[in-house]
Design a protein around this ligand. Structure first.
Ligand code: JDQ
Length: 263
């Protein structure tokens, strides 16, 4: 997969992309990341990329021309042009999987108070937010997206690791994992995991995934999953029941305050 990142600050990416799994994917040629600086597509003496907002207001807005020229310098017919924005559709494992099937992503990182809206309307093919909080620019969001997408590319994870089994890929949180020693500071690893009974281990993991999801992310629970958890004959511990009830109240309170503020 080819990724072009349009950014005023390409140095920000050196650390994360030089390291570990992403660095290895780039070395292996499975991922090709390049940077395009909109400042290189200015034509005035000061290489100006921002300007005052029409209609007034705080801060500066990125001018459209350097962003259009930067994107157009790398765009091909098959490119997806994705604008990083706090106002986009919210990134998820499903969107990561969708993007991992594309051949060329162009990730556009704004800065300041945002970008001239003609970039969104006439240049971007997609607009993505990584979550409901405001960053100082699109770069960290682009890094998150490249990281989540790259690990889904064929051959990037060893087959021992391999995506698809973990949290969110099946709509459930991950089951708890343990490694040696079998007892640490008096806390034992659950005995089933040491039993060598693969069927029992699989059932235990499934049950723990369901319990964790009900406790921590009641918003992910569907009627089918709730029924599966109940059918299992397993009951949450009293403390887990209390945490689950508190999480459900919190989710309900957040939902009603979202209505009050309309977002
Ligand atoms: C930009 C900013 C005030 C934007 C400028 C470009 N999920 C997510 N949070 N924040 C972003 C993405 C993001 C993306 C691109 C950005 C923030 N800013 C800062 C400041 C209003 C809007």
């Amino acid at each position: 997969m080819r990724v072009d990142v349009v950014t005023l600050f390409p140095e920000m990416f050196a650390g994360p992309f030089g390291q570990s799994i992403i660095g290895r994917a780039i070395e292996q040629g499975r991922l090709d990341v390049s940077f395009v600086n909109p400042r290189d597509f200015t034509s005035d003496r000061h290489r100006t990329v921002d300007d005052y907002p029409y209609g007034g207001g705080p801060g500066m807005v990125m001018k459209p021309e350097p962003l259009f020229l930067a994107v157009e310098s790398v765009a091909r017919p098959a490119s997806d042009v994705i604008l990083m924005s706090p106002a986009g559709r919210v990134f998820s494992q499903l969107i990561a999987a969708e993007l991992a099937r594309r051949e060329h992503l162009i990730l556009v990182c704004g800065h300041y108070e945002g970008v001239d809206d003609r970039v969104r309307e006439h240049l971007a093919t997609d607009e993505i937010s990584i979550g409901d909080y405001v960053l100082t620019g699109g770069e960290l969001a682009a890094m998150v997206i490249v990281d989540a997408v790259a690990r889904l590319l064929p051959g990037v994870l060893g087959h021992a690791e391999s995506a698809g089994d973990e949290s969110h890929s099946r709509g459930l949180l991950e089951y708890p994992q343990y490694t040696r020693p079998p007892e640490f500071r008096g806390w034992p690893v659950p005995g089933i995991l040491l039993s060598g009974n693969h069927g029992e281990v699989a059932r235990w993991r499934r049950r723990r995934s369901l319990e964790r999801t009900a406790e921590q992310r009641p918003d992910l629970m569907t009627p089918d999953l709730a029924a599966e958890l109940a059918d299992d004959g397993t009951r949450l511990s009293r403390s887990a029941q209390k945490r689950a009830a508190r999480a459900a109240r919190l989710a309900a309170a957040e939902a009603s305050s979202d209505e009050d503020q309309s977002g």
